[in-house]
Design a binder for this molecule. Structure first.
Ligand SMILES: [Cu+2]
Length: 169
């Protein structure tokens, strides 16, 4: 009896270990992104390293079409590009560039190496339509930002007063 129980435990532990190793190997394969080990250098300059800051959505006056603003910082040595934005809470999110008199939709926005992509008032912005629930100040909308190299980064973007400017409290 004791022997059989011990054996069963060992077999279970072995299975758990195999599972852990299996998923670990998958994560490594998934995360390396074809860097060929070049990214192993302590400086880590080979790949794009993205982070999102200062995101907000001014409350749209009519509850319909809203703009979205944010900054994507890239601390890595390789550029990336934002190619798609979507949201589980809105049916349409598009990228727009403002020109002198109008705005036009774009398919992608560059995130330069050691630089930033800034979506800000008067310039490049997101256009959010088809809200599932009318937005109110204090709400958060998830935005899923898809980049060519980095993949998808999800951020929760707060809905702010119409006159909000980042940096003001
Ligand atoms: Cu627009």
């Amino acid at each position: 009896m004791k022997g059989a129980l011990g054996f069963r435990r060992t077999a279970l532990a072995g299975a758990a270990l195999a599972t852990a190793l299996g998923s670990g190997a998958f994560l490594v394969a998934c995360g390396s992104g074809g860097g060929d080990g070049a990214g192993d250098a302590p400086s880590g300059t080979a790949a794009a390293r993205l982070s999102v800051a200062d995101s907000y959505i001014p409350l749209p006056p009519a509850g319909g079409m809203a703009a979205g603003y944010l900054t994507v910082r890239n601390d890595g040595g390789q550029g990336d590009e934002l190619v798609k934005v979507s949201s589980p809470g809105a049916s349409s999110v598009t990228m727009h560039r403002s020109t002198a008199s109008t705005m036009e939709q774009v398919d992608k926005l560059d995130v330069p190496a050691h630089g930033a992509l800034q979506l800000a008032r008067g310039g490049t912005h997101l256009m959010i339509m088809g809200w599932q629930k009318a937005p109110a100040v204090g709400d958060e909308l998830e935005l899923d930002l898809t980049f060519t190299r980095t993949g998808t980064i999800s951020v929760k973007v707060p809905v702010k007063e119409l006159t909000f400017r980042p940096g003001q409290q």
